[in-house]
Ligand binder design. Structure first.
Ligand code: 8YV
Length: 325
């Protein structure tokens, strides 16, 4: 009926899961090639009581100002730097994200990407496919050690802790830096020691970035940070591209001041800096750290639950599980 709330689904997700919205709402889904321009987002939000969005959808103050009916925005993803949360909260619009369900899968990938960078896995495969393997050579494609080395984790939330637990199985020493120090019980469980930012980069053989992105930590990993790192070290980013000054990183990788990097996220994604594309010692993946089928389905399912509850329906009516506060 016309009185039902309208929700906008910004891009094709998993139809069988998104169909759960039909029970409560009129669903305006963007099925074809999605247009994620600010104008398209503003237009869609003007008509919507609720929205299911992804990191492709910047929901900024200007769009929010025009969205007079909007009451809830459910983000499919744990990171929500695509949302202007302050502007949403000022209007009393509930914003939600999808923590927990992607923690272990994303930690798996972070560990794999770090290992791929250290052991030059994709570089070696390209070399082989290019027909350069003309006989086994003792010194070709030698990588960096992983077991027994020091891992530095910047951002020790759920995913960072998952990576730390994995590192225990590899006999790594784990250092972490975080906005606030963790309770001792968690440090002990993760066998991770708190250090300051400078010490983390100076002492780690492998650094993994798993911290939320905000304007305050834009390009936090700059030339000065990279200069602290061991020339044999690797840097892996599964958080957000904007954390790293990519030009400084390309310089460090090109000059041998840093051994290798593993990057799943980029400042201008899906555009990737051509200098990074040209380097051999960087493993590049297209923002897939949470991308197992089961996890991506769980994320959409949780976002759908959040949206239904935020708009006052379903078993958790009025109490969406993952409100961003
Ligand atoms: C998602 C992510 O694929 O959760 C996050 O923060 O970056 C990824 O897991 C992406 O956010 C989908 O919107």
């Amino acid at each position: 009926s016309a009185a039902r709330p309208r929700v906008w689904v910004s891009q094709p997700l998993f139809d069988d899961i998104v169909a759960r919205l039909d029970r409560y709402f009129e669903v305006a889904a963007t099925h074809a090639v999605a247009d994620h321009s600010p104008a398209a987002i503003a237009r869609a939000l003007r008509e919507a009581d609720g929205a299911l969005v992804t990191l492709n959808d910047p929901v900024g103050a200007a769009e929010i100002a025009q969205a007079s009916r909007l009451r809830a925005v459910a983000n499919v993803g744990v990171g929500y730097n695509n949302l202007d949360v302050a502007a949403l909260q000022a209007r009393g619009i509930v914003a939600t994200n999808t923590p927990d369900v992607l923690t272990e899968t994303t930690a798996d990938f972070g560990f794999a990407l770090m290992m791929a960078a250290a052991r030059r896995i994709t570089e070696a495969e390209r070399w082989l496919r290019d027909g350069q393997w003309r006989g086994w050579a003792f010194h070709s494609l030698l990588g960096a050690e992983i077991h027994g080395t020091t891992l530095g984790i910047l951002g020790m939330g759920r995913i960072g802790q998952g990576i730390a637990r994995r590192a225990g199985g590899f006999g790594m020493r784990v250092l972490y830096h975080n906005r606030s120090r963790l309770p001792e019980a968690i440090e002990n469980e993760c066998r991770a020691a708190y250090v300051d930012y400078e010490t983390l980069f100076a002492q780690a053989d492998h650094v993994v970035l798993v911290l939320p992105y905000s304007a305050q930590n834009h390009h936090r990993i700059d030339a000065a940070t990279l200069a602290r790192m061991k020339p044999t070290a690797t840097l892996t980013n599964i958080a957000r591209g904007g954390l790293i000054d990519e030009a400084a990183l390309a310089d460090a990788l090109a000059s041998g001041r840093l051994a290798a990097a593993g990057l799943d996220v980029f400042e201008g994604e899906p555009q990737v800096d051509p200098r990074l594309l040209a380097l051999r010692n960087v493993v590049l993946t297209p923002h897939i750290a949470s991308g197992s089928l089961a996890t991506r389905r769980a994320m959409v399912s949780l976002a759908v639950d959040n949206l239904i509850a935020a708009l006052g329906f379903g078993p958790e009516a009025g109490k969406p599980p993952n409100v961003i506060s």
